[in-house]
Design a protein around this ligand. Structure first.
Ligand code: IPM
Ligand code: MG
Length: 329
């Protein structure tokens, strides 16, 4: 692929259900080898009904967690931006969301997602229990906090760190370390919010936020909530970066197996993920903006996939939407 003076070599690899089908493994060794050698990985969504009954280690989601871990992609950027053209697509009142521009920074390789011990066991009493471990080391918190403050410096200089420090020790510790790191960024205003309140504030007055910095599980939940402010999760890209800006880029949405093969999915989140790839890994802001402008242009032309459709617009399928973006480019 060649464009804007940037030569990109592309290779393809299987992951998730495709990995299981091709190699019996949701993150096959061949895929791991390729992504470790690459500067960036652009990934589709994983998951499908036919894999739901497989043992957990073989399920598509496992492939996703493993590629994040393998790449050490600890800083997950999930922007929630409302395009003026889609302000009516949100279920919230237009005045609440118009002009919205939030960056959720979710820690992606720690927390209860990866904490040991975990499992399902039988207690001495004979009763069974399920358990997981929430944990964060100081260095895990510190490195993602630095990313958050640096991103805020390029935006509106506000970081809201979200935790549950009124109940969880992990969160108390999170807050302590984030506060410490914050002292190195006197130009950024740091605030803290409990996650339950943050969930409420996101739908009450979302524009109060600039950068939301949070752990893996809270970020998982809040980023889905924030996506709805923008009208459709089908619009939202994401970047997951390691310490050197090597990245994994994926749409925030899942694989939506219920609409698979019908040519009605929204391709814009994936296209916008490629724009993020140019911005963060290849440091080509100009090329990233060209893609984002092309997306804006097709929205201005009134083209809409089903998830963002409103009366008076032109409903198009996935392929036609993709073609229109290429044309606008
Ligand atoms: C996400 C998804 C994943 C997660 C699932 C599919 C494992 O919900 O990327 O937000 O929980 O991280
Ligand atoms: Mg999620």
């Amino acid at each position: 692929m060649r464009g804007d003076g940037l030569k990109i070599e592309m290779e393809y690899a299987h992951i998730g259900g495709a990995g299981y089908d091709a190699a019996g493994d949701p993150f096959p060794p061949a895929t791991e080898k390729l992504v470790l050698a690459a500067d960036a990985a652009l990934m589709g969504a994983v998951g499908g009904y036919q894999y739901d009954t497989l043992p957990r280690e073989l399920r598509p989601e496992r492939g996703l967690l493993r590629i994040r871990k393998a790449l050490n992609a600890f800083a997950n950027l999930r922007p929630a931006t409302v395009y003026p053209e889609l302000v009516n697509a949100s279920t919230l009142k237009p005045e609440l969301v118009s002009g919205l521009d939030i960056m959720i920074l979710r820690e992606l390789t720690g927390d209860i997602y990866f904490g040991q011990p975990r499992g399902i066991r039988t207690l001495d009493s004979g009763e069974r229990e399920g358990f997981d471990t929430m944990r964060y080391t100081a260095s895990e918190i510190r490195r993602v906090a630095h990313v958050g403050f640096r991103i805020a410096q390029k935006r509106n200089r506000k970081v809201c760190s979200v935790d549950k420090a009124n109940v969880l020790d992990t969160s108390m510790f999170w807050r302590e370390i984030v506060t410490e790191v914050g002292k190195e960024y006197p130009d950024v205003a740091l605030s803290h919010m409990y996650v339950d309140n943050a969930a409420m504030q996101l739908v009450r007055a979302p524009k109060q936020f600039d950068v939301i910095l949070t752990g893996n599980i809270f970020g998982d939940i809040l980023s889905d909530e924030a996506s709805m402010l923008t009208g459709s999760i089908g619009m939202l890209p994401s970047a997951s970066l390691d310490a050197n800006n090597k990245g994994l880029y994926e749409p925030c949405h899942g694989s939506a197996p219920d609409i698979a093969g019908k040519d009605i999915a929204n391709p814009l989140a994936t296209i916008l993920s490629a724009a993020m790839m140019l911005r963060y890994t290849f440091a080509r802001e100009d090329a990233a903006q060209r893609i984002e402008n092309a997306v804006r242009k097709v929205l201005q032309q009134g083209l809409r996939t089903a998830d963002i459709y409103e009366d008076g617009m032109k409903k198009v399928g996935c392929a036609a939407m993709g073609d229109a973006v290429v044309k606008a480019l």
